[in-house]
Design a protein around this ligand. Structure first.
Ligand SMILES: [Zn+2]
Ligand SMILES: [Zn+2]
Ligand SMILES: [Zn+2]
Length: 152
């Protein structure tokens, strides 16, 4: 898996902008997040991915918290599960992406369509200034509707 340098640099810059230090451990963790973006890993998944690098679990947890506070990582919770999952924020997008969750197979689909129309209405009707939003839409995915899913 190849982490694009440009992407990595963007995130590192954001960490620096937040007065946090760049360490090799932080870079390692960031690389895992970039290589697995769209996958919504748990902290445990990330620890497993880092197996060779001997980075302790506590460090991973602390680093994830730091990344969240720097605005490069978002916590998401799906399907009423208690586990927190981590979702890398695309720094080139104005707002966070949304998720479609299939009630049948549990698949999570990321969508990047923005809610500009709704945002405009909210701003006009409520005088509310929107900073960001996180939307989860549940339903049945295309494959489940067609009944052509081979697992199960
Ligand atoms: Zn996501
Ligand atoms: Zn499905
Ligand atoms: Zn938006």
């Amino acid at each position: 898996m190849i982490t694009s340098d440009y992407e990595l640099k963007q995130y590192l810059q954001r960490i620096k902008d937040n007065q946090a230090k760049i360490t090799t451990q932080r870079i390692e963790i960031l690389k895992v997040l970039i290589d697995h973006k769209h996958e919504h890993l748990t902290a445990e998944d990330i620890v497993k991915q880092l197996n060779d690098s001997k980075i302790g679990q506590a460090t991973v947890y602390r680093t994830l918290e730091l990344f969240c506070s720097c605005g490069i990582l978002n916590k998401v919770n799906f399907k009423k599960e208690e586990m927190t999952r981590y979702d890398l924020i695309d720094l080139n997008k104005k707002h966070f992406h949304h998720h479609l969750i299939c009630n049948q197979c549990g698949k999570v689909i990321e969508i990047n369509d923005d809610l500009e129309k709704l945002e405009k209405t909210i701003q006009e009707n409520y005088g509310f200034k929107i900073i960001n939003h996180e939307l989860t839409i549940s339903g049945i995915c295309k494959e489940c509707q067609n009944g052509d899913r081979d697992e199960n």
